[in-house]
Design a protein around this ligand. Structure first.
Ligand SMILES: O=C(O)CCC(=O)C(=O)O
Ligand SMILES: [Fe+2]
Length: 341
């Protein structure tokens, strides 16, 4: 039997209408989103409305940034020196060199470089790359637009009375200066592995993990290598589909919906075959990690699950009582661990 694959959801029919909850197109797409995110926990969006040019500009800036000499990149190093530095969200920007972060506590070494961008704070390489900030700002605005639609689709799919139930917890979309939302844009480079290069034992590109927040938008180039664990526990290759965006739900959403939307484990391993093109090529990706405003109190929702949502064992699936917790408290413990605190 073919392993369960990652569904594709077409957003082309998502029109700006007055009452989205009653619109047949919105309802039908909302069902597809619930089906996809409620099973595999990942889906591809096509015809999502983010212009190709906006995405390629960010990728171009990412290529340029990671090609800068290490001494320059080190100028923009993220401050991960202590737990309190990391817990201060305003510090969550900057560069991390290979091995600087572990998404899985047991991963030996993650062969990647990252750069995190936050709205309104941080020091960016404007001197070296004059278009860096404006490219990411444009991308940020487009991602937020799309996320608003997705959060409404989630609410419709769950039959919530208020279609803006989740959108309202992201006041940072409308007023980023005043509301401290937990979200960031991340540029990622997985460097090429030259023939004969020796790697630390057990090295991976990205250790197995689930994301922490609400929804992640992931843009990848054409190299491939990301694997996603499906309901049957098999690793499925999230092969690149040109122009598409991968979207997945994080730990907070799993907690919030008592497992209707699972936080699906994913990883990028290094192919053992030295001739595998995925090993020999650099891979670039860009992620938008979205969480709610940090003071949002999350009350786990008790609702009936559909049969396919019972299949995946979720940490929170059988929770009958869930103590409310703020989004910040739920997410930050996990963030600190990734820097070894
Ligand atoms: O680069 C990718 O394709 C995945 C990255 C990822 O899962 C993450 O940074 O959380
Ligand atoms: Fe991830």
């Amino acid at each position: 039997m073919e392993p369960e694959s990652i569904p594709i959801v077409d957003l082309s029919q998502l029109k700006d209408v007055e009452n989205v909850a009653e619109d047949p197109e919105w309802k039908s797409i909302a069902n597809n989103v619930r089906q996809g995110l409620g099973s595999v926990g990942f889906l591809y969006l096509i015809n999502h409305g983010i212009p190709e040019e906006t995405v390629s500009k960010v990728f171009a800036q990412s290529h340029e940034f990671f090609s800068l000499p290490t001494s320059i990149k080190q100028k923009y190093l993220k401050n991960t020196s202590s737990e309190s530095e990391i817990f201060n969200l305003e510090n969550y920007f900057g560069y991390q060199p290979p091995g600087g972060e572990k998404l899985h506590p047991d991963a030996n070494f993650e062969l990647k470089e990252t750069f995190d961008w936050l709205y309104g704070v941080g020091v960016y390489p404007s001197e070296e790359l004059p278009d860096f900030e404006s490219s990411i700002e444009q991308f940020d605005a487009q991602c937020k637009n799309l996320l608003k639609k997705l959060l409404r689709l989630l609410a419709i799919g769950l039959n919530l009375d208020d279609v803006d139930y989740f959108v309202k917890t992201c006041r940072h979309f409308e007023d980023p200066e005043n509301y401290n939302g937990i979200y960031n844009v991340r540029l990622i480079l997985y460097p090429p592995i030259a023939e004969g290069k020796s790697l630390p034992a057990g090295a991976v590109r990205c250790g197995e993990h689930s994301d922490y927040g609400f929804l992640t938008l992931l843009f990848q180039d054409d190299v491939g290598g990301l694997e996603v664990k499906n309901v049957d526990g098999e690793w499925v290759h999230a092969k690149p589909i040109p122009g598409s965006i991968l979207v997945n739900t994080g730990d907070l959403t799993e907690f919030w919906t008592c497992g209707i939307f699972p936080a699906t484990p994913h990883r990028i391993i290094i192919p053992e075959d030295v001739n595998d093109s995925k090993r020999r090529k650099a891979r670039y990706s860009v992620a938008f990690f979205n969480g709610p405003d940090k003071d949002t109190v999350i009350h786990p929702m008790q609702m009936e699950k559909k049969p396919h949502e019972m299949k995946r064992t979720s940490k929170y699936a059988n929770r009958s009582t869930g103590e409310p917790v703020t989004a910040y408290d739920h997410m930050m413990g996990r963030v600190a661990k990734q820097y070894g605190h």
